[in-house]
Design a protein around this ligand. Structure first.
Ligand code: CU
Length: 538
């Protein structure tokens, strides 16, 4: 049996050995792996904090922590999940590893800048954790750092906000690298309509990263300036305007939800045709819907502010625009389902996660329409209905797309296969736990249970107890999934170059890929998802 190279043997840049071959690497694949372990660490930490929050809400009154700790814990959970997992996860790991290969080239355009992005990511994470142990402790404001509370609170807002600023820099530089690579390093015989959909989704995402992130960067610096220099920008007591902060914050943070979801949609657009052995339905429609979402998604930010005193006209306009964004999103779901229609589907763990993604994200999207409509939104604003909604979109969406990507590309990244049976059990447990955890929250929200509150009224007790059972199941399922993948390093079952019968370029190179990816100029398919050749051979 061929000996499978361990991931320590992924080719090191010339002349570098040992730890230096990692910490000074310019290789996009190694950087993808370095992001993988860092992102998994942050994800696991935020998951544990999430479980502790859920255990606290298991019963009324104090269960395992005080109200002060609870406020800092949900802020920490949100900051880590959003800035260190959901935003960077798929682009930094799988984008770095696979975008150059899918384009038929040897690396990104700016390899050194890529290394800097990784160091900024690590620095941002460390700063966030250090702020836990400084005077005032971790902020208790929620991940949105709303003013005037974030100006007045004694907790250490400036350091955490600066950590988010640094992470924004890392995200922007990664986006810049991807845009330049798609334009300048694409295989000479690859036209725009021959680029795989995962790479297209990263390209659309990168434009949002580059254009929207500066807004939040400046806003966060202004919060630090107001706190440290005592200038009145947002605090009404000093002539500032707190609503201005909300506009600036959501001008980034709503487009940021597309930075979170577009790469996940790109993963699903790779998985569905591969296991359907069928060209994807509506390739061009999916490409243009990615760009459409990136553009239209920048025009809806104030749907987070219907209760901020905005005029009815403004509410009407932002509500209408919010409904418009649903159209390109629906185009993607329609294309995925149409590709599956009458296909010779071959089930696999990646496909299972992709199907669960479609279901959970659709529930998230549809409840987004409820929140986009002013009437119902004003009723459920800042309740657990909103918490359930964004966990369906960000966790049910991006989280499950992340799990799908892990199972789809693990054999290619490490050259080893994992146990399918355990993978299916973990996926089922995670999904059942997810539904028991978040569905009750929709109901609790409709009943009026406010979010971000340490305690609740007796009528909410049953729903919270049920959600806690779901939370424990969810946590167990994810733990089993990660253990199963890590166990593959022990069983070391060699992975072939193309375990799934995929037809994009990463499946034409060995597992794991050699240092420069291709030994000669790769052949580019006229159409990116043409399975005729694969089916003829099988
Ligand atoms: Cu929004």
């Amino acid at each position: 049996m061929a000996t499978t190279p361990s991931f320590f043997e992924t080719p090191a840049p010339a002349g570098l050995t040992g730890i230096k071959a990692w910490l000074l690497t310019h290789d996009h694949k190694r950087l993808g792996l370095m992001y993988l372990w860092a992102v998994l660490f942050w994800f696991a930490l935020a998951l544990v904090i999430g479980l502790l929050l859920r255990l606290e809400l298991m019963t009324m009154g104090r269960t395992i922590m005080s109200a002060g700790v609870y406020n800092s814990a949900f802020t920490l959970h949100g900051v880590i999940m959003i800035f260190l997992f959901v935003i960077p996860g798929i682009p930094a790991i799988f984008g770095n590893f696979f975008l150059p290969i899918q384009l038929g080239t040897d690396d990104v355009f700016f390899p050194r800048l890529n290394l800097l992005s990784w160091y900024l990511y690590i620095l941002g994470g460390l700063l966030a954790i250090v702020s836990l142990f400084t005077a005032g402790g971790f902020p208790d404001t929620g991940w949105t750092f709303y003013v005037p509370f974030s100006i007045g609170t004694k907790h250490n807002v400036p350091m955490t906000v600066f950590a988010a600023f640094i992470l924004g820099m890392s995200s922007m530089l990664t986006g810049l690298n991807f845009i330049t690579t798609v334009h300048r390093k694409r295989s000479p015989n690859m036209g725009w309509m021959q680029i795989p959909l995962f790479t297209w989704s990263l390209y659309a995402t990168a434009w949002v990263q580059v254009l929207a992130t500066p807004v939040i960067s400046i806003t966060l610096l202004l919060v630090i300036a107001e706190r440290l220099l005592n200038i009145g920008l947002f605090d009404p007591g000093r002539g500032g305007d707190p609503i201005l902060y909300q506009h600036l914050f959501w001008m980034y943070s709503h487009p940021a939800v597309y930075v979170m979801i577009l790469p996940g949609m790109g993963v699903v657009s790779e998985i569905i045709p591969t296991f359907s052995r069928k060209a994807i339905f509506g390739y061009k429609a999916i490409v243009f819907s990615s760009m459409g979402i990136a553009i239209a998604g920048s025009l809806v930010w104030a749907h987070h502010m219907y209760t901020s005193g905005m005029s009815d006209t403004a509410i009407f306009v932002f509500s209408l625009l919010t409904f418009l964004v649903a159209i390109p999103t629906a185009v993607k779901v329609f294309s995925w389902v149409s590709t599956l229609y009458k296909a010779s589907i071959e089930m696999s763990p990646p496909l299972l996660y992709a199907l669960i993604f479609i279901y959970l994200f659709s529930v998230g999207g549809l409840t987004g329409l409820v929140l986009g409509a002013a009437g119902p939104d004003i009723h459920v604003h800042d309740t657990h209905f909103v918490v359930a909604h964004f966990h369906f979109t960000m966790f049910g969406g991006t989280g499950f797309a992340f799990f799908a990507a892990l199972h789809f590309w693990w054999p290619k990244m490490f050259g080893i296969m994992y146990n399918f049976r355990r993978a299916y059990i973990a996926a089922t447990l995670t999904t059942v736990g997810f539904l028991f955890h978040y569905v009750p929250m929709f109901i609790l929200g409709m009943m009026g249970m406010p979010r971000r509150s340490y305690d609740y009224l007796p009528q909410f007790a049953q729903g919270n107890a049920l959600a806690t059972v779901g939370g424990i199941l969810l946590f167990t399922g994810i733990a089993l999934m990660l253990v199963n993948l890590l166990l593959s390093f022990r069983s070391r079952i060699a992975a072939p170059a193309n375990p799934w019968g995929g037809c994009t370029l990463e499946w034409t190179v060995p597992s794991p890929p050699p240092l420069h990816n291709f030994l000669r100029q790769p052949d580019i398919q006229d159409y990116p998802y043409d399975f005729t050749e694969i089916l003829r051979k099988s």
